[in-house]
Design a protein around this ligand. Structure first.
Ligand code: BGC
Length: 769
């Protein structure tokens, strides 16, 4: 059974009724973020029930020393972790002398949470009866400002219901936090300074090893019936890493009392002096005030939704699902800073360490390209360009490669490899291909070639050199082979000739070769600069070509399918439908030995190749490979169902496409994998977007034009989305009888719908049956 306590709603995520068992799941689902920081939906007041505390700051990490049973050469020294950052939200609350703790109250009723995705705020309300008999109503709103992205705001209201109450608010900031996933139970934060003035307080701490300095700050105001009482704290409790102030008020029965807490972080990535920066940030927030900050938040989200919303008519759960995905992607990454990237869990949990994976290039870039200005995707590409030296070092250090061959890490924060598992992640060299593919995809979509001569070509050359050196000539096959890899399907390790890897390796070399020739003709000075820098001679190019032109691809002529790897057909090929459901998920039920020998596939692998390079294959080949591999796929990666959904739609298997769509879009809301308490699957959310736009909408970019082949699941009445194509905004509205296209702007746009050219002029909707 999947979980189903989230109320269906078009714009909000809603939970009603207090269930201590779902607190950790809800802490993930109701997380908030603004691209610069994020916060799990932890309670402000004390809570002694089960909880997973998480506050995160983009780009702030700790290299946690690797812990393995048996050390092997090639293991990375450390696993980079996004840190649980100092707590800025905490407010202990005393009511008539008793500490408020929902886990200890005599009764909690009317509990409700709402994450309002349209306006970007999170609210929680409840009534509680304390052991001392006082009954109160609580209503708390919190958001992380998009306009002032170092600032979070909490408005915490309490109304005593059955008697007058002495309320003591004890807001605090605390750098004495730890990570649940710390390898050696070490502390990651070293406190440096604690300071307070008036209603403001600051804790400055730095990370051990990486020495990121962070000032966590707060400013508090106490109000009665929305009137600021201008109270000063009666007391400050300080320790080396924590500071807590107290404000006491007597509140008459039925009157509303509140505390407004402004908090957040200033970090040394952005400021030379984080303390003075924090003082300034508080002033900017106070100058705006709560109401204006909230209005700015609503306006900022309206702008984001204006471009990125997808509407679905006639299916609230599907609507809620896609908006949740789009909302979370925007909470995680807004594309302002090329030093940042998109961790698989975003700011919603510790798993995957907030690090960058191939997920960004393989899954996220299409969403950001189509819903934001091209700068955003370009920043994601630049992130890898800036880490090219480290990728070259990585190939040298780990594989003994030379002459500028680059192996990008599978898991990274700063360009260094920091995965935890050798057989799986280390051998997943296919990620190098996705990084090159993203450069191609960026140019295909945006038409902006300038990135390639400026930066991309160097990355491509490093990657092509890697593939050239990694392949070896097999005398037996009289072709080049790539041995000892893990493909995207992590349920087979150390295999030979993974079709996907061999294919993308060849493609990378061919594509790089073409770009070198193009840049030499069209951007000769860039060509000269790059060739001199990387010391590339024509003879080396010819060596690469030999590998690409003679790459081996495993294939079964009899079945008409490419083989996931050399030995795939030796397996006991029992399809998933004949697998006892009690054995799933196999990664939780079976030993690794059993998983590896089985034919079961975690996520698209051969089919990932068909996804990236659809045009290289016929529909008939897609059908055969899809039907063959789908029957063995267990979709135990969140990244899996979206690719299958897109391909099922292309093959007119709409029921299947819809089932996969639901699975990807409500993966976290319905907790399909029974792990949402660890955090949400942020990177696969971009795949959900792809399932609608590329799957049902059939969008592709070919020869500088958008192509569509619109379809609609029978469960929906209509749906719509927008695409920012090279600065022009195209709106697509699809229902069961027709598709309407319109453009915002002054220029006409020629698109291709079901293989026919259609001209869409401004202010004129074109309808295609
Ligand atoms: C998937 C990888 C992915 C990683 C992070 C794994 O479960 O198999 O492809 O990169 O999660 O999302």
């Amino acid at each position: 059974m999947n979980q189903d306590y989230i109320k269906p709603d078009n714009w909000s995520i809603i939970e009603e009724g207090f269930d201590a068992e779902s607190v950790k799941s809800s802490e993930s689902l109701f997380s908030i973020g603004n691209g610069a920081m994020g916060q799990r939906a932890n309670f402000e007041e004390s809570y002694t029930g089960k909880t997973f505390q998480g506050s995160y700051i983009a780009g702030i990490y700790y290299p946690d020393k690797t812990k393995v049973g048996w050390w092997k050469n090639g293991y990375p020294e450390y696993f980079a972790k996004v840190l649980n950052a100092p707590n800025w939200i905490g407010i202990d609350i005393e009511i008539n002398g008793e500490n408020l703790d929902m886990n200890a109250c005599t009764e909690v009723t009317d509990f409700r949470r709402e994450l309002n995705m349209k306006e970007g705020w999170y609210n929680r309300s409840f009534k509680a009866k304390l052991k001392n008999g006082t009954e109160i109503a609580v209503n708390v709103t919190r958001f992380l400002s998009i306009t002032l992205d170092e600032v979070g705001i909490i408005n915490y209201e309490i109304t005593p219901l059955n008697k007058d109450a002495k309320i003591v608010y004890k807001p605090y900031i605390d750098a004495g936090v730890t990570n649940e996933d710390a390898n050696w139970d070490e502390k990651f934060w070293e406190p440096l300074e604690v300071k307070h003035i008036g209603n403001e307080a600051f804790v400055t701490a730095q990370t051990f090893k990486t020495h990121f300095k962070v000032t966590t700050f707060m400013h508090n105001s106490v109000l009665e019936n929305d009137r600021n009482l201008n109270l000063s704290p009666t007391n400050f409790d300080t320790s080396a890493d924590k500071i807590q102030s107290s404000y006491a008020v007597i509140v008459a029965q039925g009157k509303k009392s509140s505390i407004q807490k402004i908090g957040g972080y200033t970090v040394s990535l952005n400021h030379a002096n984080t303390l003075t920066a924090a003082e300034k940030v508080i002033q900017s927030a106070l100058a705006k005030g709560y109401d204006q900050l909230l209005q700015d938040q609503i306006d900022a989200w309206a702008k984001i939704w204006e471009m990125s919303d997808i509407t679905i008519d006639g299916d609230v759960k599907a609507q809620q699902g896609i908006r949740f995905n789009i909302f979370q992607l925007n909470q995680t990454y807004l594309g302002k800073d090329s030093r940042l990237n998109i961790g698989p869990k975003g700011f919603t949990g510790e798993k995957y360490g907030g690090s960058t994976y191939w997920d960004t290039e393989a899954y996220c870039i299409p969403f950001y390209m189509a819903t934001k200005d091209q700068e955003v995707a370009r920043n994601l590409l630049t992130y890898r360009y800036n880490q090219l030296d480290k990728a070259i070092e990585n190939a040298e250090k780990n594989l003994g490669f030379k002459d500028g061959a680059a192996l990008y890490p599978m898991v990274t924060m700063n360009g260094e490899e920091c995965h935890n598992e050798w057989e799986i992640t280390h051998e997943e060299i296919h990620r190098n291909g996705a990084i090159a593919f993203a450069i191609f995809n960026y140019h295909r979509f945006t038409g902006d070639y300038s990135y390639i001569p400026e930066k991309g070509l160097e990355v491509l050359i490093g990657i092509a050199r890697f593939w050239h050196q990694r392949a070896n000539f097999s005398k037996d096959k009289n072709q080049y082979v790539i041995l000892g890899v893990t493909g995207p399907n992590e349920y087979e390790n150390n295999i030979n000739n993974n079709f996907y890897t061999n294919y993308i390796a060849k493609w990378c070399i061919d594509y790089t070769y073409e770009q070198i020739k193009k840049v030499s003709l069209e951007f000769p000075s860039d060509h000269k600069r790059i060739i001199e820098k990387v010391k590339l001679a024509e003879a080396e190019l010819q060596e690469w070509k030999k590998v690409a032109d003679n790459m081996y691809f495993p294939k079964s002529e009899e079945l008409g399918v490419y083989l996931q790897q050399d030995g795939f057909l030796d397996k006991d090929l029992v399809p998933v439908k004949d697998l006892d459901p009690s054995q799933r998920p196999i990664n939780q039920k079976w030993s690794w030995d059993r998983v590896l020998r089985s034919p079961y596939i975690k996520q698209a692998d051969v089919l990932q190749c068909f996804y990236f390079f659809e045009e290289h294959f016929s529909k008939e080949e897609l059908k055969r490979n899809f039907e063959f591999y789908e029957s063995f796929t267990v979709h135990e990666s969140s990244l899996s169902p979206c690719v299958h959904s897109i391909q099922a739609a292309a093959l007119d298997k709409m029921d299947m496409a819809y089932t996969f769509y639901l699975r990807t879009s409500r993966l976290d809301l319905d907790d399909y994998n029974k792990e949402v308490e660890e955090g949400c699957h942020i990177t696969s959310m971009a795949g959900t977007w792809m399932s609608i736009v590329e799957g049902f909408g059939g969008m592709r970019v070919k020869n500088n034009a958008l192509h569509f082949s619109p379809k609609i699941p029978k469960e929906w009445k209509a749906y719509s989305f927008k695409i920012n194509f090279r600065g022009q905004i195209l709106k697509v509205d699809i229902n069961h009888s027709e598709t309407a296209f319109s453009v915002d702007g002054t220029e006409e746009l020629t698109i291709v719908v079901n293989n026919n050219a259609v001209v869409v002029s401004p202010y004129n909707t074109v309808t295609v049956k």
